[in-house]
Write a protein that binds this ligand. Structure first.
Ligand code: SF4
Length: 342
């Protein structure tokens, strides 16, 4: 059986043509699925009987089974889903002034081992398939549609997993969600976050120059970064910055550096100054993130967020402090899954 959520409109047109149906049938099915949130082929009343039978025999919609839903005071909603093979993943819905945003997961667990991250404590079991990533967006859109709320406008690929470590499925996912005939979210409304898999940058520049890229930097030098992010031992800051500069030269796009502030680790004024010197010639902005405590670490939340921000600003660096969302629920990626698998 073929999973519907692995198909762009063009792919579905090809598939239906190959099987004796008309090209426009694909658009009809897409409208039912993506505009009316109907996934029962027998209810798609403008399809021929033959097409309904063929679809029933050859295509299906992968299921996400909702295990837990936590709603924060600010409306941020975190979902724990069970996949068809029993593995669990998390997806977060956030409400901003500029619209609803989803944070999707790309892997079951993560092998990157960042010390401050709940997901890094849960080793990678497998990559998600493209349809399983698409399904997260579809499920939340259906949830919003049913509750008469505006659909998702922004996607951040910052949930569990390192997206560039699952490049093929990430690529297909991006092609499906950007398809105007389906979910239709523009490249510039999507941001993919990587911890710095340098060898994948050339592919990224070639395939997705218009999609936003964020780098999890989290340290101003190799000593600190290697302590908290093992990836830095494979690709150090100098190699990462070379790749970043190549990206900016090729795309002319500003890059985002994410920087989680951890008490006594990377949040001193000296770190802020060193960070400013590191990025001063780079077309970027820095997103400062107050760290959300996770179990099994000795890290503490920084008390120095304002001073760190002001130091960067005085050095002429554009920075923001990320709006905290869902701080009263298990909002750090991996926390909910960790809790329910413990
Ligand atoms: S921060 Fe991202 S890359 Fe690092 S362990 Fe967590 S999920 Fe993986």
């Amino acid at each position: 059986m073929l999973n519907f959520f692995n198909y762009t409109l063009k792919d579905l047109q090809t598939l239906l043509l190959e099987n004796g149906f008309k090209k426009f049938n694909a658009q009809q099915v897409f409208d039912w699925v993506y505009k009316k949130f109907q996934t029962d082929f027998t209810q798609m009343t403008n399809l021929s009987k033959a097409l309904v039978v063929w679809l029933q025999e050859h295509m299906y919609f992968s299921g996400l089974s909702e295990q837990v839903k936590q709603v924060s005071k600010d409306g941020t909603t975190k979902f724990l889903f069970k996949l068809e093979d029993g593995n669990q993943i998390e997806t977060v819905l956030m409400h901003f002034d500029y619209g609803n945003s989803i944070c999707v997961t790309t892997q079951v667990g993560c092998n990157m081992g960042c010390k401050f991250c709940a997901s890094g404590q849960l080793k990678k079991i497998r990559n998600l398939e493209a349809c399983e990533i698409v399904m997260q967006v579809y499920y939340l859109n259906k949830y919003l549609y049913t509750n008469n709320q505006p659909l998702i406008r922004n996607i951040v690929v910052m949930g569990i997993g390192e997206p560039l470590d699952n490049y093929e499925n990430l690529s297909r996912f991006l092609n499906i969600v950007r398809d105007d005939h389906g979910i239709g979210i523009g490249s510039r409304k999507i941001t993919v976050s990587t911890c710095g898999l340098v060898p994948r940058f050339d592919d990224w520049i070639r395939d997705f120059p218009q999609v936003g890229l964020a780098i999890s930097l989290h340290a101003p030098n190799d000593t600190i970064r290697s302590q908290i992010m093992p990836i830095n031992q494979a690709y150090n800051i100098s190699q990462l910055m070379q790749a970043v500069n190549k990206y900016i030269k090729a795309t002319n796009r500003r890059i985002t550096f994410e920087y989680i502030l951890i008490d006594g680790v990377n949040d001193s004024i000296a770190c802020a100054q060193e960070l400013a010197a590191l990025v001063k010639d780079i077309l970027c902005y820095i997103n400062l993130i107050p760290w959300n405590p996770v179990n099994n670490t000795t890290f503490k939340r920084s008390q120095n967020v304002r001073e760190f921000y002001e130091t960067l600003r005085k050095c002429g660096i554009t920075a923001t402090v990320r709006q905290e969302k869902g701080s009263d629920i298990d909002s750090s990626c991996g926390q909910l899954r960790a809790k329910h698998e413990a």
